[in-house]
Unconditional design. Structure first.
Lengths: 241, 241
DNA sequence: GTGGTTTAGTTGTATATACCACTTTGTAAG
DNA sequence: CTTACAAAGTGGTATATACAACTAAACCAC
């Protein structure tokens, strides 16, 4: 029996099911108990149980077949690597030690392209930081971030060499990055990029442009990253609607 | 008032709302009618109206704020370009004329890496096709697809120079591609690739490896594509958690 | 003005119920 | 043995209802 309390009952059941799956008690391809069975076992109504299951189906952990039952999905290989993360979290998910070297930071006026991406007027002041990103001590990427929110000038006082920008935005500034649109392109390294990344001019690099959104699809960050092509792969999952 | 019939009522309402948004009757940032208002207007219960709205929220078209209402999301730039598509559909979404030149096709035995991706035994026979992909008549990519399903050998008889592989799989073979995991990497073009793509050896190319899944997360296709770096950008959207 | 309370309106959670559509399985009829 | 039908179990759709949590605005007391 689930209890009433600050945590909704559908959410409690959801986490119970997730635990059964990730712990291996319920195996991929195998059916989970029917909705009606779950109601009885945990003492809740069918609509509530359905809400738990529906959300897990949307996450891809389960799938339903009408007339047959609900089943555990086959696990995907890249599961941890397709979320929106900052560099620090991305490296942790890949079991690499993240490092950062701040090249420069300043308040700058938005140019036309940046203003369009962030939906602001050209010329408005933004926080800009350019950082060299390291994985296990080796240069991996150069990242240029432009940040816009009310009060973003306080970022000038932060130590971005040791603090995760995304963690700061979420925890200290109440601007959690929630979604991002990205654009990926293969390029050749220019002279400056090659020097920083310790590769040769003309080596392959992955250029990523990202617009990050917070609540209500409010644009928060516009970033341009150049990754070493030989040391970084990008993972994603696509759905057919 | 919505009517009972083969189309569920929640789905009818969903499409009505979608139409109001895409037609511009309801503007980004503006609130839509409250759930209770929609119930009354269209003569259905609140839970049914909620189902319509919930699905549109999951799609990102709307967002909710407790105590305030439900609102139309700001449109995203890349909205059409982040679905799972075959090359043909991808080009259509980008307003380019797709073209295809089949380089070769055969039934081949799966090597170890392919077998792992498709969850089959090494040595099993697969359909393999290698195609040069054109956009507005210009070479854009080389795509190598390995397909596995019961009866895949009949693909040998198809004209893949003029038929979309994904359309064929879905419409004729009952194997709709539903999801895909992708891996992207920046590389330099090799001699053969450069010749086909009409670029120089050492130019930047985007290497994409894709595993496509059909029903029940059954692996269907393992593909390796090499895109010209100067003519192709890949778009994606990321969510936090 | 400032701070608290009320009130009305919103979404969020939850129950109980009913019937539909589909799949599997067992059973009876041929 | 095969076919046809019935029954039971599954998820899919839908209604009616209730209360909780949260927001904004109006109101009142200080």
């Amino acid at each position: 029996m689930l209890k009433n309390g600050p945590v909704p009952r559908y959410y409690q059941l959801k986490e119970i099911i997730r635990q059964k799956v990730t712990s291996g008690q319920w195996n991929p391809g195998a059916p989970i108990p029917s909705e009606r069975e779950l109601c009885e076992q945990y003492g809740l109504s069918r609509m509530t149980a359905r809400q738990s299951i529906t959300e897990l189906v949307n996450e891809g952990l389960l799938y339903r077949e009408q007339g047959k039952g609900t089943f555990v999905s086959q696990p995907k290989i890249t599961q941890q690597l397709i979320q929106l993360t900052g560099f620090t979290e991305d490296m942790q998910a890949r079991s690499k030690r993240p490092g950062t070297q701040v090249l420069n930071h300043a308040m700058v006026a938005a140019d036309a392209a940046t203003a369009a991406a962030l939906r602001i007027k050209p010329g408005q002041l933004l926080f800009k930081v350019q950082r060299l990103r390291l994985a296990n001590g080796e240069p991996l990427a150069i990242e240029t971030s432009l940040i816009n929110f009310i009060g973003c000038e306080h970022l000038m006082d932060e130590d971005l060499g040791h603090e995760s920008l995304y963690q700061l935005l979420e925890k200290k500034y109440g601007q959690p990055p929630l979604e991002a649109d990205q654009e990926l392109e293969a390029r050749l390294a220019g002279e400056d990029e090659a020097r920083w990344l310790k590769i040769a001019k003309g080596d392959a690099v992955l250029l990523i442009r990202r617009t990050t959104y917070t609540d209500r699809n409010q644009p928060l960050e516009f970033a341009r990253s150049v990754y070493r092509g030989d040391k970084y792969r990008f993972y994603t999952r696509l759905n057919r609607k």
